[in-house]
Design a protein around this ligand. Sequence first.
Ligand SMILES: *Cc1c(COP(=O)(O)O)cnc(C)c1O
Length: 227
Amino acid sequence: MDDTAANLHAVLDDIALAAREAGRAPGDIGLVAVSKTHDAAWIRPVLQAGQRLFGENRVQEAAGKWPGLREEFPDIRLHLIGPLQTNKVRQALELFDVIETVDRPKLAREIAKEGQKAGRAPDCFIQVNTGAEPQKAGVMPEDADVFIEICRKDLELPVKGLMCIPPIEEEPSLHFALLREIAHRNGLTELSMGMSSDYQVAIAFGATLVRVGTAIFGARQLYTKER
Ligand SMILES: *Cc1c(COP(=O)(O)O)cnc(C)c1O
């Protein structure tokens, strides 16, 4: 798989098809092209094909390639989709337009604080651990309402919606439905859910952002975890 521009168009076609099957407008679903582990030279053809919305899961890695790409393509929008440590919040705010992984009060407070200093709070998504997996990031579903309230009312963060990563071995639709329910009862309209293996299902369940890596960029190099 080395024709990433063709892959991009195939994914966009699939998104449009899934949207129409769900009775939705294709334009209501944004594609976050997940470029983690791939270098700038591998990403550039996808930019040249018109894609502007990208996701990365590590601050350090994003710092190495996106400032240069932004000079070439100033209208890029970059989402952080991986866990964020509080000591990297300042750097994350310089690099990312949207933080999709806000999942605990300490992190939310730090984003609010640094956002105030910078005069620009990033758009935020609350990550929900819909499968209540001990090793996974995200606020537990039963704590989500209170946490969302803290972020919006106390910290005045621009919370746009919710994000989840379902357990690998489970039927994702149950998790997508749960995320949608939590968003709905909190008056949130954006849902970031669905990856290469299940974005069509996520669209049927109301995803407004799908995060697709492998289906566009091909297989990733394995790398050791940062933390
Ligand atoms: C890597 C990653 C994706 C993309 O996964 P693919 O299966 O390659 O599409 C989506 N969301 C998150 C949070 C990721 O870390």
